[in-house]
Design a protein around this ligand. Sequence first.
Ligand code: SF4
Ligand code: SF4
Length: 491
Amino acid sequence: MNTPKNQASQPPNGTPDAGTPAKAVDWSNFRDHISTADRTGKRQWIYPRKVTGRFFRWRTWFSWLLLAIMFAGPFITINGNPLLMMNIVERKFVVLGQIFWPQDMIIFAVAVLLCLVSVVVFTTAFGRLWCGWACPQTVMMEMVFRKIEYAIEGDAASQRELNKAPWTTLKVVKKALKHGIFFGLSFVVGNVLLSYIIGWRDLYQIIIDPPAKHLVGLAFMTGFSLLFYGIFARFREQACTFVCPYGRLQSLLIDDNTIIVAYDHKRGENRGPIHRSEKFSSRRQTGLGDCIACNRCVTVCPTGIDIRNGVQMECVQCTACIDACDHVMDKVGAPRGLIRYASVNGIEKGQHLRFTPRLAAYTVVLLALATVLGLMLFMRSDVEATVLRAPGSLFQQMPDGHFSNLYTVRLVNKTSREMPVELRLESPAGTLAIMGQTAVAVPAQKLLENSVLIELEPSAMKSGTTPVLIGVYSNGKKLETLKTAFIGPRN
Ligand code: SF4
Ligand code: SF4
């Protein structure tokens, strides 16, 4: 049997031979290396220039709104419940004031699936719009921490100079002030996140109680503060490039019809500088396009990339390059939009956003999931009840000849108010009592476990096992029907 030479040199499992030298990096190809590392692999610090423009203005307003929601969120209540709380410790989750318990896991799973499919649909249509406009990382980094940095250390050139300069008193003061504010803000952000997990009341208790009472809570407060300080002071754009899975998913989700921040290469190329004496309108005759190779779009980019190279994983679609380029176009008297929101097909073929079959298929799945979730939420009862036969118990015969079985009933009150709950034996005829009563009050957001005794006449029983239906009522309204079995003697 003939084996091709190149196959014979491969190990049997198909992995490259350990002795094969790694492929050399092609430094002229931007896809072969990242912009934030030099040839030795050392981090290249990004100094993005300050940006102004209409998109930056709109993003600033939108960020204020998002920040207001984020910081006020833990204090906003709906029907006495927080707007959002993810209490992993107590396995209690609150979304828009609705409490979800571990018993609601299926609803939770469908909701997570719905969110994932929404992300897929949204990204397929609009790319990483989320990253640029609403992601907490971008909002905090670009709209809060970066602005503080500009205020203390100045624009990109001043920051670069300051970092190269020897340690003078002024430099120490500036650095100490910046990092002090950064840490203080990170502490606040960390506490806000913690209050979304345990609720602001528990967080307040940790703050006012003696430290020894809440060592775990304090450890989380410190951990979150250090984590956010590390992200916003040092890690920065690396979080989007290396850690965030959404950026990596982008290449799977977007296609030529996706709206992205894109450079119009048809209009821009060939790029070349413009001279003071040169008229912009006469560039075309010299074979030049609208891009004057000023590099403004590169210098404002917080991830250090050149948008003119095309779609790149590092691009968080922050629109800074759109504003920078629009400013340049205004100056040279050319129409805005050399860099703009557009699809690849929009730029190359002049097409508008299309509802492609792929998008249609995702949308159908999205609607189906939304319908299922809607129905589940509509049918979800305020009280969840389960009934189980008491472990190890058999039937008993009473002095009047009736037979009895003992059960354990678990009632979970999912609301934030006390719920009166009544259990009625619906079939067959007989009696049911919860520890001698017919109704109990289940405290708000609590689980109540109680013993239930069911008595049946021999005439109502089948030989061996009799199916039993128990109605669960609250304020006269039937919530659900429980099925169980009544054990009796065999005929
Ligand atoms: S800002 Fe505009 S004109 Fe300047 S280099 Fe970038 S794309 Fe070209
Ligand atoms: S390429 Fe433009 S949109 Fe993308 S991250 Fe850089 S500045 Fe933002």
